[in-house]
Ligand binder design. Structure first.
Ligand code: SF4
Ligand code: SF4
Length: 629
């Protein structure tokens, strides 16, 4: 029997945000299974897996290593715990790098098709960025139409995926000292696809057995993502849809509307979500919605595709990774549109509890139980209109008796691209550098990544951000971390009151929040560029800067790649969820300690966000001291 008191208590344990708690309780009342329930069903989770010492790589296995020094201490092939842990980590990291980079490839393919007039509904929006990137690639821009330049730029960037020149142009943006470190370690990325394919080769049985060598390649692969695939995803999206600038919007499940057709855009690639936003402006569709009794069409974002729309258009964002089922459980969603990454395979089962239809769109990500409307650049706008029509026609099927939408959305400010931050500072980083040197801002930390039912939703992100700004440390965010802090009210200029006196005074003078939303997961490349530009202005490497990174609630293989390219670029990273490496003391010690001698940065694991802030503060102080400030 439904126990309201128990549901409320469970909801409070599961999520920090009041709107989320309300809908978690409703989901429990409605008997709708969520990731939190499935997490309980999975307990106890396998200890071998958690330590990273199981291997299912070949048909002689699966094999497991005894973690307490007894037998078996090797797999059937003879692999040790060190080899197995390192190979598993490289496998996960490369999956993440591939996901980011393949997303980037699709953006560039759309850029190319737009340039040659084959796409529908897209245009080249940021000509300044297009020309700046053309210059980086040595592409002539004089007396040429933007489409001609864009064709060459798209081809040059697509070529980076399999280039034979043994270097990626975007990685040249790193400071000289940082690049020298990569050269010394032999981890300069050679091409995007090559590093990922080589990873797959190296983890095959009988190839890599030396954990150090395997992990060095993991670093190189991550750099091919951060300074390659992800960076090109960001830049290509900016050229097509515009480089973000500060704007206002709202967050949480209360962005859904009682009297409107609600469409949730979930997934990652803006090439889909941008077209749906564009199509929703169609007067015929608005009329159709009115004909079905709706007051309009309400588009809201979720996860990183939501971040892309929020950053560029101020489209409200309904929530993070763990909100995908909750949005449906409001009973008010007509359609959830998905492309790929971070979409629960069971999402159609959740939708089946209500009238919601899930529309899948990517031939790479077909999901049983969803309505499949394949999205192609050449018919993008038509498909977007078709999807919206499905949503409008589903509006009358909504059961008002099963609808509950939380009351209050939270205001936020987003749109802090690297270019926008520089502009806010007056076109140069000097004011920021002066504030850091003078100690009003002690440093900066990038908080990134996901939700994970292993930790109360948003608690890690929000607590860590609050702790850091209190200590005069500027926070830069992407991904679900940024959405979490948006829901918690930290992305408004008024949040400067929660910051220390120094950071607070700088934010008030500039009219910016102490926690800056810099975009989606691929936009972690914006954080890299911010760090690179400041380091270049100071004439140092990224590893010399008083900065850090954190992923308090990560779940995704993409986060492993992000964390590793941060560390490989010289940024210390604290993880809130332990990675599956503790079955190998050698791998653990390399990543948590010895890397400092190589790249002046390492990983740490600290589930308590207050203690994580202590670690990050200590690292910032260490680097300030080394800089003599
Ligand atoms: S690769 Fe080695 S450790 Fe892995 S399953 Fe095969 S035999 Fe076992
Ligand atoms: S932050 Fe993590 S959960 Fe959120 S969209 Fe990105 S990868 Fe997915």
């Amino acid at each position: 029997m439904y126990d309201a008191f128990r549901s409320k208590r469970l909801a409070e344990q599961r999520a920090l945000d009041a709107a989320d708690q309300e809908i978690i309780a409703k989901a429990l009342e409605d008997g709708v299974e969520t990731a939190w329930d499935r997490f309980i069903d999975q307990q106890p989770q396998c200890g071998f897996g958690q330590l990273g010492i199981c291997c299912n790589r070949c048909a002689m296995g699966p094999c497991r290593i005894e973690p307490f020094g007894k037998k078996p201490d090797r797999g059937v092939c003879g692999a040790t715990a060190d080899t197995i842990v390192a190979r598993n980590l490289l496998d996960d990291l490369s999956t993440g790098a591939a996901a980011h980079s393949d997303h980037g490839r699709e953006v560039l393919e759309v850029l190319l098709e737009t340039a040659v007039g084959k796409s529908q509904g897209y245009q080249i929006t940021d000509e300044t960025k297009l020309k700046a990137i053309a210059a980086e690639y040595g592409i002539n821009t004089e007396n040429r139409k933007k489409e001609e330049i864009a064709e060459d730029v798209a081809r040059a960037m697509l070529e980076e995926y399999g280039t034979l020149k043994n270097r990626i142009q975007m990685a040249e943006r790193a400071p000289e000292k940082t690049k020298d470190t990569w050269k010394r370690l032999g981890i300069v990325p050679r091409s995007v696809d090559r590093e990922i394919v080589e990873s797959m080769h190296r983890i095959h049985m009988g190839v890599g057995a030396d954990y150090v060598n395997i992990l060095l390649h993991a670093m190189r692969t991550s750099l091919a993502d951060g300074w390659g695939g992800s960076m090109m995803a960001t830049e290509g999206s900016d050229i097509l849809f515009g480089t973000p600038a500060p704007l206002r919007s709202r967050a949480n499940l209360a962005t859904l509307k009682q009297d409107m057709v609600n469409i949730v855009l979930h997934g990652h690639n803006p090439i889909l979500s941008e077209m749906i936003v564009k199509a929703a402006d169609d007067p015929q569709l608005k009329e159709r919605a009115a004909g079905k009794g709706a007051k309009g069409i309400n588009i809201v974002g979720m996860c990183c595709t939501g971040n892309e729309l929020l950053m560029r258009h101020g489209i409200p964002i309904a929530g993070t990774f763990l909100d995908q089922e909750l949005a449906i459980a409001t009973g008010a969603v007509e359609v959830m549109v998905v492309d790929y990454q971070c979409i629960f395979p069971s999402i159609a089962q959740t939708a089946a509890c209500y009238h919601t239809r899930v529309v899948s769109t990517s031939q790479k990500a077909k999901i049983p139980g969803t309505t499949y409307l394949e999205f192609r650049p050449e018919t993008a706008l038509d498909t977007a209109r078709e999807i919206i029509t499905v949503a409008i026609d589903n509006f009358p099927n909504r059961n008002p008796g099963r609808v509950r939408i939380p009351q209050k959305p939270v205001d936020l400010m987003a749109g802090f691209s690297e270019e926008a931050i520089r502009k806010a500072l007056g076109g140069t980083y000097k004011p920021l550098i002066d504030a850091i040197v003078g100690g009003r801002i002690r440093g900066a930390v990038g908080i990134v990544g996901c939700n994970n039912p292993k930790i109360k939703q948003d608690y890690g992100h929000v607590t860590l951000a609050k702790e850091l700004i209190k200590r005069d440390i500027l926070v830069l965010e992407t991904g679900c971390a940024a959405i979490a802090c948006g829901k918690a009210g930290l992305l408004v200029p008024e949040a400067a009151d929660l910051a220390g006196d120094g950071l607070g005074s700088v934010c008030k003078a500039l009219g910016i929040p102490p926690v800056l939303h810099m975009g989606s997961c691929v936009d972690c490349s914006r954080i890299l560029m911010l760090a690179a530009n400041i380091a270049k202005e100071l004439g140092v490497g990224i590893g010399d800067l008083p900065i850090g990174g954190a992923a308090p609630e990560w779940y995704s293989q993409k986060a492993i790649s992000i964390g590793t390219y941060f560390v490989s670029s010289g940024v210390y990273v604290v993880l809130g969820i332990p990675p599956k490496i503790f079955g190998s003391p050698n791998v653990t010690s390399l990543l948590a300690a010895q890397l400092t001698d190589l790249v002046n940065a390492s990983f740490a694991v600290e589930p308590d966000p207050v203690k994580a802030a202590d670690l990050l503060e200590a690292e910032i102080d260490r680097k300030r001291k080394a800089l003599g400030i």
